[in-house]
Design a protein around this ligand. Structure first.
Ligand code: ASP
Length: 345
């Protein structure tokens, strides 16, 4: 009997140690969007407000991880803070479409079983990241859009708001400016010899990609990723970006990494950014940093795709490369060490 107990202990020991290891490795990383974010176009008040909001989001996610919550719970908690803040282009404060609406996209993915959920073009769900999670956990589908997604969210008991809830004056002004500049830019582009594409001009105001995202590692060794956005200012015809596309804006796999992206969605979709980072790790044995740099700093740059990612592996390694001027970002580690950054250096 004693022998059996001893044998069981010896067999279990590595796993027990493993679990303890992960307890010391819990990590949460967030972004609040990339783009033309420079010290010169920032005020001390604005900088403080962003720093505070990012720290609040990190702490909300960390509190969940610390008390034994899962990476999914932590991601949802952190993203709720940013969705509820008017500072970010997600939930309250989302950008406006060409028709003056807020159409929200979000997705979430679990690394342990590759389960995923996403919603696109929703207009009345207060926290789209929760709708994405419900799609993953309470339906047999991965992606729902528009009215159907809203009806499902309602049935799942999620908080539904009047579309006016998402309104902020700043984003409305940004739409007005984008629409005005689009016209100016299009007129200009007619004589332009640089060959600038129409869609680049349409998104001229979208140079700040205020999407929010989070990747986390919990004490059970599970990675997860989530992303939520209003998309790009002045978007038309039900345009959907990369944020709700699994493999592009969001990806998680315990065998490799968890990724959440922000940037010019069309390029991120075509480059399958999240999955490409994971694939470089899986097939080529790249480290997290090398894989993320390869995709964000080389491939995307060559293709003209502005933006960045946050990425995390199961060892707790973090990568946060971006090829734009800045990216709101931050991380918190198991011991509570927290860092928030905005600019390139
Ligand atoms: N990636 C988002 C989109 O294209 C925009 C952003 O990152 O802010 O919809």
């Amino acid at each position: 009997m004693k022998k059996i107990a001893l044998f069981a202990c010896l067999v279990c020991l590595p796993f027990m140690l493993n679990a303890q290891d992960y307890k010391n490795k819990i990590t949460l990383v967030i972004h609040g969007g990339a783009g033309t974010i420079t010290r010169s176009n920032m005020t001390p008040e604005k900088e403080r407000a962003y720093n505070d909001a990012l720290k609040q989001a990190l702490q909300a996610g960390y509190a969940v991880l610390k008390k034994g919550g899962t990476s999914l719970d932590a991601i949802e908690a952190a993203i709720h803070v940013m969705e509820d803040s008017p500072l970010f282009n997600a939930g309250k404060g989302a950008v406006f479409t060409h028709d003056g609406k807020n159409e929200l996209d979000a997705s979430i993915m679990e690394g342990k079983n590759l389960m995923a959920g996403s919603v696109a073009g929703v207009t009345v769900v207060k926290n789209p990241i929760s709708a994405a999670r419900k799609v993953m956990e309470k339906s047999e589908h991965v992606m729902m859009v528009g009215k159907g997604a809203e009806e499902f969210a309602k049935k799942q008991g999620l908080e539904i708001v009047d579309p006016s809830y998402f309104y902020t004056e700043a984003r409305w002004k940004a739409l007005e400016k984008a629409m005005k500049e689009e016209k100016v830019e299009l007129d200009h582009s007619a004589k332009d010899t640089t060959g600038a594409l129409m869609h680049d001009l349409i998104f001229i105001e979208g140079k700040k990609y205020g999407t929010v995202g989070c990747v986390a590692l919990d004490q059970y060794g599970n990675l997860a990723a989530g992303t939520s956005t209003g998309g790009m200012t002045n978007k038309k015809y039900g345009r959907v970006g990369d944020a709700p596309i699994i493999g592009a804006g969001t990806y998680a796999n315990n065998a490799t990494c968890a990724v959440s992206a922000t940037g010019h969605g069309e390029y991120f979709i075509r480059s399958v950014v999240g999955y490409d980072i994971s694939a470089l790790m899986e097939y080529k044995g790249y480290s997290l940093q090398k894989a993320a740099d390869e995709v964000v700093m080389k491939k995307l740059v060559q293709r003209g795709g502005e933006g960045g990612v946050i990425a995390l592996d199961r060892k707790g390694n973090i990568a946060m490369p971006f090829n734009s001027e800045g990216m709101y970002r931050g991380f918190i580690k198991a011991d509570g060490t927290m860092e928030v950054r905005i600019y390139k250096n």
